[in-house]
Design a protein around this ligand. Structure first.
Ligand SMILES: [Zn+2]
Ligand SMILES: [Zn+2]
Length: 138
């Protein structure tokens, strides 16, 4: 069971879903992500790791990343690979400032929800009528 949230702009109707965790397709999800890593979709570094250590421990989950400098939210996939004392964690650089490493968000406080509601709508720029709804998915 995964969770997440939806940001809905009451002004223009734009809606974006952000998902965290993994659904019931856990194993096929892992398999798919692994293939994508191998194909280079998550960058050269990740690809090099899995090619060098094909038997590595592999874990992946949907995650929502946030740059607090830019108030920029992004859907991503957290990837952790380890083999012996070697490990790799996929990091996402902010798509806006291109500097900050984005941190996975925790959706456990009301303050956090409020913060996400203040981010202007990417379609119409409005920021006073964004609704944030909790979301469960599988
Ligand atoms: Zn940024
Ligand atoms: Zn809007």
């Amino acid at each position: 069971m995964g969770q997440g949230f939806t940001r809905r702009c009451m002004s223009c109707g734009d809606e974006t879903h952000f998902l965290q965790g993994i659904g019931f397709r856990y194993f096929s999800f892992l398999q798919e992500v692994k293939e994508e890593v191998r194909a280079g979709k998550f960058g050269k570094e990740a690809q090099a790791f899995i090619i060098e250590y094909p038997e590595c421990e592999f874990d992946a989950r949907n995650e929502v990343y946030f740059c607090k400098d830019c108030m920029y939210l992004k859907q991503g996939i957290e990837i952790n690979m380890s083999y012996g004392d070697k490990s790799f964690t996929k990091q996402y650089r902010c798509g806006k400032c291109r500097k900050a490493i984005m941190k996975p968000v925790k959706l456990d406080t009301e303050r956090q929800y409020k913060k996400f509601a203040q981010i202007p709508c990417k379609k119409c720029g409005n920021s006073d009528s964004i609704m944030v709804d909790f979301l469960m998915w599988d």
